[in-house]
Each structure stands twice: as C-alpha cells, then as structure tokens.
Design a protein around this ligand. Structure first.
Ligand code: NAD
Length: 469
C-alpha cells in the first residue's frame, strides 16, 4: 500500500526529519513505515509557530467556524485515503476505520456550529456581571493508539473553536494517520495553528515540560496521566486527562438475554476490547447468569478475527506487543487461578498479535483481570444475588469512567444507575458517546471532561467582567 504524506507539519509546512522510528502493522508484525522522530529544536519550532499564530487566530470566531467546517469536509474527502492507514497501523477492520474518520469529521462539524451563549451571572442595581471565555493560548494535545484520529478530533475541534493553537502528538504505535491528517489540513488551517509532531514517549514528556503550552489535553493510561499532571503542576498548565476505565455492566433480573447479547458483544469486544469505555466486567443476576453466559459465549465464539484488510473480519489484532503480552498474561493468570474460559483463552497462531476473543467465568474481585483494565478481547462475567452487592462491587475501584445498567424496567435500571460512581452511566446501552454529550472520568479515570459545551469550556480561561452601576 502506498502511504500518503506522513511528514510532520510545523508552521504550515512539511518538515524533513533526520531520525525515524519503526511503525509496525499489528496483523503482520512487519515494519510498514519509519515515522519522524521529532528533534528538540523541531518541538521548539512547533510551539513557537503555534505561539505566533495565536495572536491572529484568537481574533476571528466566524473565520474559525468556517475553517472547522472546511476541516470536516477535508476529512470526509480524504476518508478513503486515511482509513487504510488507520487499519495498517492500528489493526481494526477498514470499514470500522472509515467510520472513525467520518466520526472525527462529525466532531469538527459539531464544534464549527456550537452556540456560545452570553452568560450574564448578575444584572441588578449593584452591577452587571458577564462571563467571558478566553482561549488559554497554545495547547499540547497527546493521544493514545486505540482511536488516533477520533480522539485527536475531540481535542482539536473545541481547542481551535475557542481560539487556541495546537501542537498534536499521536502515540508512537500509531502516528501515521495523524501525520497524514496534519498534511491534509495544511491547506485548510492557517500556518502555525495546527502543528503535528511524532516521536517516542519522551516527546510527550517534553511537551508537558515545555514552557510555551498553557494547557495539556491528554488521553491515555492512568499511569501516564498522573505523570502529565505532575509535570504540568510546575508552571500550572491546565490539564484535561481522559484516562483508563474498568467499566462495569450490571444486568438486572429482568433482562432479556437474547435481546441484548449483540449489544453486550459490541460494547465489550469492538476494536478488540481496546476502548477506554468498553464494558470490562459484567455482573449478572444469578437467575439469568447461565443464560447470559451461554448467549454471549456463542456470539463471541462466532466472531471473525483477522487482518483488518480481509473482507468480513469483525475484530483485528491487539495493537502492540506489550499490550498483547499483558492481555495474554491476565487471561492465563485467571485460568491458572481456576477461572474457566467458556470460549477463547489463548493467543492465536502468528504472525500478528491475535488473541482469541475470550469469555471468563468463575472469577471474583481480587483477580487482576477483574480489578484492572484489561484493554483487550477478554471479558469476565460474574453472578450476584443482591443488587446492593453488585453496586458495591462495581464501585469498589479507583476507576470511574463509564458504567451501565440493563433491565426491562427502565425506571428501576435508572435508579440503580444513579448509585454508580462514574463519569457516564448508561441505561440499556453503553459507550453512548457523541460530540454533544460530555465524556470524562470520575476518580482515577480522569480530570475534566471533553465534548459538548463543557469540552469547549475546558479550552478556555473563564473571565468575569463586572461593571458597577
Ligand atoms: P499511554 O499512557 O501509554 O500513552 C498515551 C500517550 O501518552 C502516547 O501518545 C504516549 O506517547 C504519551 N506519553 C507517554 N509517556 C508520556 C509522558 N511521560 N508524558 C506525556 N505523554 C506521554 O496510553 P496508551 O497505551 O497509548 O493508551 C491506552 C490507554 O488509554 C488505556 O488505559 C485507555 O483506557 C486509555 N484511553 C482513555 C480514553 C478516555 O477518553 N478516557 C480514550 C482512549 C484510551
């Protein structure tokens, strides 16, 4: 496959690089490209150009709206070129990769049109107080390897709407589509407003320590998120952290297993379980447990796993070798401890980081695959008898990204949902994510939210203008 332009974008131009690093196709373990390894002076140049561009960019809200809308058009126009790049580096089936490109465009379109209402907080004999939203300045945006373009759009669109300029860095595992996005937008966004650099993990640390950015918007693991928060504290950079999840799904005693099996499968296994807000543990009322395990086992067993370029494949590989080793280790430790894999349970024959989609029973809390985020195609299903216990077990964790409750009586399910400690709680669905819906983690799953007016506000400094009467 011929790759599009994967050079870095700095100050509106393609920049040559001296050093590079290997990018692998996780379906074949073959090196498919050398990505640019951003040098220190190139990172400085990217931040300097963003700082220079800020002055004009912040002044023209109608112009910014038009450019966000043009960016959405450019993404759609280039979807057929970008989707295969995503599949090549990330592994996901190419039709699903195309959905990601179109979803990223939808985020740009949403923010292009987002109303920003005037906020008057006081208007009386004493005076008039108005809230003004000012851009923070230059933003450093750092993304993970599971949805490189979509998660970048969650940052770029609101940050740019608010009048900020950005330096974006993708994961070293999946830099190619993001670099290609930078090249596509060179003709759309004024020079310096959006810079795209790539490099290994220390480049992320260099961005958080850099004196120019006033905000870091980060999506990734909890461990790295804590490092970002600590580094940002030095000069009180603003941070938004979208971190890992270990989402519980609680199935009440009035669920109809046959009606929800496909949804449970998709919300747990799509992108081979590598979704921050995937269902990662399931609690089922004991009266329905056997039925749910059987139905889900059958569906998971039927899942077509393979290279994302092969027609009809539903699930691609795990994205990288360390994650493959981690998922393999968690599943084999669970089985060694007495868990049963009702389907799957083993790595598949290579090449490629393929792991059998796995359903695990016979587990309780205390097992690592229940207590920690597995981020892979393996799902523990556990019975409960009292709903109070299910809620307590669901909440007994430092994670708090999403959670869901499933039942025929929606009012009752909603009441249970209200007891769960997470940034999002869904009833009879999971992972309901859209540009207008706030998304963020409670507890260690994050700090702040993305999307909707709240995500926009996170890229602004709030200023009160108070006029005395
Ligand atoms: P990661 O934390 O290893 O890496 C994320 C990004 O941070 C990469 O670009 C990486 O290069 C960079 N980075 C590494 N060290 C850094 C440092 N010291 N300072 C700054 N940046 C640094 O995460 P990952 O393995 O790429 O992604 C998987 C994790 O991301 C999972 O835990 C998943 O749940 C989480 N995630 C969360 C969300 C969300 O919205 N809450 C969405 C997707 C993924």
């Amino acid at each position: 496959m011929e790759l599009p332009d994967i050079t870095m974008t700095i100050d509106g131009k393609s920049v040559p690089h001296v050093a590079g690093f290997d990018v692998l196709n996780p379906s074949t373990e073959q090196v498919v490209a050398q990505a640019p390894d951003c040098a220190d002076d190139q990172l400085d140049a990217a931040f300097d150009s963003a700082a220079r561009a800020f002055g004009d960019w912040r002044e023209d809200l109608p112009g910014r709206r038009q450019i966000l809308s043009d960016a959405a058009d450019a993404l759609v126009a280039n979807a057929e070129a970008l989707a295969p790049v995503l599949t090549l580096e990330q592994g996901r089936p190419v039709d699903q990769a195309a959905i990601e490109v179109h979803a990223a465009a939808a985020w740009f379109r949403y923010f292009a049109a987002l109303e920003i209402p005037t906020e008057i907080v006081q208007d009386d004999d004493a005076g008039r107080g108005e809230i003004i939203r000012k851009p923070v300045g230059v933003v450093g945006a750092i993304t993970p390897w599971n949805f490189p373009l979509l998660l970048a759009s969650w940052k770029l669109a609101p940050a740019l709407l608010a009048g900020n300029t950005v330096v974006l860095k993708p994961s070293p595992y999946t830099p190619l589509a993001t670099l290609a996005l930078g090249a596509v937008l060179r003709d759309v966004v004024p020079a310096g407003v959006l810079n795209v650099v790539s490099g290994r993990d220390p480049l992320g640390a260099a961005m958080t320590a850099h004196p120019v950015p006033r905000k870091i918007s980060f999506t990734g693991s909890i461990a790295t998120g804590k490092r970002v928060a600590a580094a940002a504290a030095d000069d009180l950079k603003r941070v938004t952290l979208e971190l890992g999840g270990n989402d519980p799904a609680i199935l009440l005693d009035d669920v109809e297993p046959a009606a929800i099996t496909e949804k449970l499968f998709q919300f747990s296994f799509s992108n081979s379980g590598q979704v921050c807000s995937a269902i990662k543990r399931v609690y089922v009322h004991e009266s329905r447990y056997a039925e749910v395990v059987e139905a889900l086992t059958e569906r998971v067993r039927a899942a077509r796993v393979g290279d994302g370029f092969t027609e009809g494949v539903e699930l691609g590989p795990i994205q990288n070798a360390p994650q493959y080793a981690r998922v393999s280790g968690l599943v084999s430790a669970a089985i060694d401890d007495g868990a049963t894999a009702t389907t799957g349970g083993r790595p598949m024959d290579g090449p490629g980081y393929f792991f059998e989609p796995t359903v695990l029973t016979g587990l309780v809390e205390g097992s690592a695959i229940v207590d920690e985020e597995q981020f892979g195609p393996a799902l523990p299903i556990m019975p409960y008898s009292r709903i109070e216990d299910a809620v307590q077990r669901a909440n007994a964790t430092n994670y708090g990204l999403g959670a869901s409750v499933w039942g025929t009586d929606t009012e009752r399910a909603t009441a249970v949902a209200g007891q769960l400690d997470s940034g999002s709680v869904w009833v009879n669905t999971h992972m309901a994510v859209a540009p207008n819906l706030p998304f963020g983690g409670a507890k260690w799953s994050g700090l702040g939210v993305e999307n909707g007016p709240w995500g926009y506000a996170a890229f602004t400094e709030l200023q009160l203008v108070f006029r005395a009467r």
